[in-house]
Design a protein around this ligand. Structure first.
Ligand code: FDA
Length: 371
């Protein structure tokens, strides 16, 4: 008796969809990957423009502590070590992020040298709070009002469109305070960029005789008859859209990227500079050349200003109580659907702020479970 391979439909050709497609295809399953966009790689999409590798949806810096994820992705690209650093501009001053001893010395003209001195300085600034119920509470209780106002308040207010007093504490892990001189933005064991970019890597992940890819194809426009062809569906689009928003819309933050080609070798002195000042309408400027060694010799450069907005492509789930309550209802329905072979995955499918490595790790786990 011959056993027929499962037919799997994967909605979304981002890192989650590509990881699942590759692993399930390796297990002999026949996979169709759809994406409504005209390109692969989801939000990691990049392409060479005017000799510089440019990310269409913002800077993408890979970092992970997972050896399994690191080894998995090594099959599809060569990787170049890259340690990311971020600066933030406060009036005429530029200081390093995340907050560390250098930041405090730059900001206050001090010469702190040890973790003990840093702790002592911050303890004098910090505000004692009995309960930490919001992002604002976390920051105020760690760094106090002055540093909060200078570095965090305006950036978070612009980024999320709401006062940090209404943002939940889940964001605090993205804003560490360091008691050393480590200026690196990430401290993970593996930090690197794929040579040639993420789009090339994802293309390779999907190059498999068991995988078919269809771009410019919206899942919601497929006929019911077509859907019957599949034993499993893995959906990586917005979870609320799948259920036709019947429990309400989940809030997302979006971004407008304003790209400019500039006729000078470098526009700024770092790949990413943040602008926390509320009078500046954008949150940061990215200069792509810093991520692409093959572009160093060009006489021009390309930058993108990032303007947060509430409408547009869904990028960031907004971490506040109302959204957690709505999400819980969708997740309960999703759990039921898993019994009939429909699975939700990825940043939009689970409405979580996932980094690339987490997206891959979770996709690997799901492939193991359902493959
Ligand atoms: P992703 O959103 O990439 O892919 C989902 C795909 O589904 C999309 O291509 C979409 O078009 C498709 N889709 C949706 N609905 C559909 C439908 N109805 N029919 C067909 N297709 C549909 N991470 C990190 O580790 N380091 C970093 O520096 C950054 N930087 C960063 C900057 C910005 C601005 C953002 C928004 C995100 C990051 N990330 C990041 C996160 C990173 O982008 C994220 O982890 C991965 O893109 C997640 O991949 P997914 O495949 O889950 O989603």
């Amino acid at each position: 008796m011959t056993v027929m391979a499962d037919r799997v439909l994967i909605v979304g050709a981002g890192l989650t969809g590509a990881t699942l497609a590759n692993l399930l295809a390796n297990k002999g399953q026949r996979v169709l990957v759809l994406d409504k966009r005209s390109h692969l790689a989801g939000n990691c999409y990049d392409q060479v423009q005017e000799q510089i590798l440019v990310s269409r949806y913002g800077a993408h810096l890979f970092h992970t502590n997972s050896r399994a994820v690191w080894q998995f992705l090594h099959q599809f690209a060569d990787w170049r070590s890259y340690q990311h650093q971020v600066l933030t501009k406060i009036n005429d001053q530029t200081v390093t992020l995340p907050v560390n001893i250098n930041t405090i010395n730059q900001l206050f003209g001090l010469k702190l040298k040890t973790a003990k001195e840093m702790r002592h300085f911050l303890s004098k600034q910090a505000i004692h709070l009995d309960k930490i119920e919001s992002l604002a509470d976390y920051l105020l209780s760690n760094v106090g009002q002055v540093i909060y106002q200078k570095i965090f308040y305006g950036y978070s207010r612009k980024q999320w469109g709401i006062d940090p007093a209404y943002l939940d504490t889940s964001l605090s892990s993205r804003l560490p305070i360091r008691y050393n001189f480590d200026n690196r933005y990430f401290t993970d064991r593996y930090q690197a960029l794929p040579v040639g970019g993420y789009s090339r890597m994802v293309k390779k992940m999907l190059q498999h005789k068991q995988i078919e890819v269809k771009l410019k194809t919206d899942y919601f426009k497929l006929s019911k008859a077509k859907l019957k062809d599949f034993d499993k569906v893995i959906y990586t689009g917005p979870i609320d859209q799948y259920f036709a928003y019947r429990h309400g819309r989940l809030e997302y933050r979006s971004l407008k990227f304003e790209f400019s080609k500039i006729d000078c070798e470098y526009y700024q002195n770092n790949s990413v500079i943040n602008y926390p000042d509320l009078s500046v309408p954008y949150t940061r400027i990215i200069e792509f050349k810093y991520f692409d060694p093959s572009a160093q010799a060009t006489k021009h450069t390309i930058i993108a200003r990032e303007y947060p907005k509430s409408k547009g492509e869904p990028y960031y789930p907004v971490p506040r109580a109302r959204n957690s309550q709505v999400l819980a209802k969708y997740l309960a329905e999703a759990k039921e659907l898993a019994k009939s072979g429909v699975y939700f995955a990825g940043r939009l499918g689970t409405y979580r702020y996932l980094n690339m490595d987490q997206a891959v790790a979770e996709a690997m786990k799901l492939a193991e479970k359902i493959g």
